[in-house]
Ligand binder design. Structure first.
Ligand code: FBP
Length: 323
């Protein structure tokens, strides 16, 4: 089944609102255009090169960060979203006069991987616009009406979930037909895992709870957890997350003692909330160490948060270490 047919069926079943269908189809159009750019990277220009600017978080912007955001903004015109909240912008960007949604995006996640042909992606979150959309931009992730992400890698893929539906469908872009088609297999994150994702280069900066957890993990079969683990770290949240939603695992980007990283690196609104929404729907956990990410009320749009998500047993173990 293709994405359009899938969403139309969900709308008929009362599991998706018209604006949600329209916005996801708009984002899918944008993802097809971004895929085309990614496939042409290095032919006319290096889209991973710095363009000299920084975004509101102080990150240097790559050419593709900017192009991806422009494409997404254009693809959402006339599609039921009032504002675009973007990791690349200080303030909400007006989209349409009418609509029931706010759309938060990380237009291009994994910027450091653009130039080296490693999977990157686009993350999105749908929030209710309410009566006064401009005053409604700082909502907890629990309010999300839908969330998901695209990966641009060996394949362009899409995973999303809607608040009104139990399903977590995955789609792959069929390059012959130029449309997203549904993939086989149910998305469920197993409670137990032997695979973790963390950038261990920062181990000496981690706080004691994560250091204790990692020490147990690294002791393998002879340690308290009695099993040997594998490590994976792509350096693109979308790529590590896709793997976890397809085959399980645990992801951590904790806070650490590096200046500016005390509360983590990933953004609550653009990165952590969408992943947490999907993880909880998929039977996994999503925590900032001391509770669910989805219960945090952002105090500003670019707030950073420690993020732990995936296998429930490991999320619970990490929360115990934080008590
Ligand atoms: P960008 O917002 O610059 O794309 O960075 C986000 C991110 O790439 C995540 O996707 C990834 O998990 C993390 O940064 C990698 O960070 P580090 O380089 O510290 O391992």
């Amino acid at each position: 089944m293709n994405l359009t047919a899938y969403l139309q069926a969900k709308a008929r079943a009362g599991e998706a609102e018209a604006d949600q269908v329209s916005v996801i189809l708009g984002l899918a159009d944008a993802a097809i255009k971004i895929t085309h750019l990614v496939h042409r990277n290095g032919i006319a220009a290096d889209l991973g090169s710095d363009i000299g600017g920084t975004n509101s978080d102080g990150d240097s912007q790559k050419a593709l960060d900017v192009r991806a955001e422009e494409i997404i903004g254009a693809s959402l015109l006339g599609r039921g979203a009032v504002y675009l909240l973007s990791e690349e912008q200080d303030d909400p960007v007006p989209l349409n006069d009418e609509g029931s949604l706010l759309v938060a995006v990380d237009p291009l996640d994994g910027s450091s991987n653009i130039s080296v042909n490693v999977t990157i992606g686009t993350i999105f979150s749908l929030l209710p616009a309410g009566e006064r959309p401009a005053e409604n931009t700082l909502q907890p992730g629990r309010n999300q009406l839908g969330a998901g992400f695209f990966t641009y890698g060996p394949q362009t893929t899409l995973i999303f979930a809607l608040a009104g539906s139990e399903d977590i469908p995955c789609f792959v872009l069929d390059p012959d037909q130029g449309e997203f088609v549904e993939m086989q297999g149910e998305v469920r994150i197993p409670a137990a895992t032997k695979e973790f994702a963390i950038n261990s280069a920062y181990a000496n900066h981690w706080y004691p709870p994560v250091q204790r957890w990692m020490s147990d993990v690294l002791q393998g079969e002879s340690g308290p957890l009695g099993k040997s683990y594998r490590m994976r770290w792509v350096g693109s949240l979308v790529a590590d997350a896709w793997r976890i939603f397809r085959r399980g695992g645990i992801f951590l980007y904790p806070g650490d003692s590096r200046p500016g990283n005390e509360t983590g690196r990933l953004r609550l609104v653009y990165e952590a909330n969408p992943m947490a929404f999907l993880a909880e729907k998929a039977g996994g956990g999503a925590s900032h160490g001391k509770g669910s990410v989805l219960d945090l009320v952002p105090d500003h749009l670019h707030q950073r948060v420690p993020l732990i998500f995936g296998a429930k047993e490991e999320v619970d173990r990490l929360e115990k270490e934080h008590q």
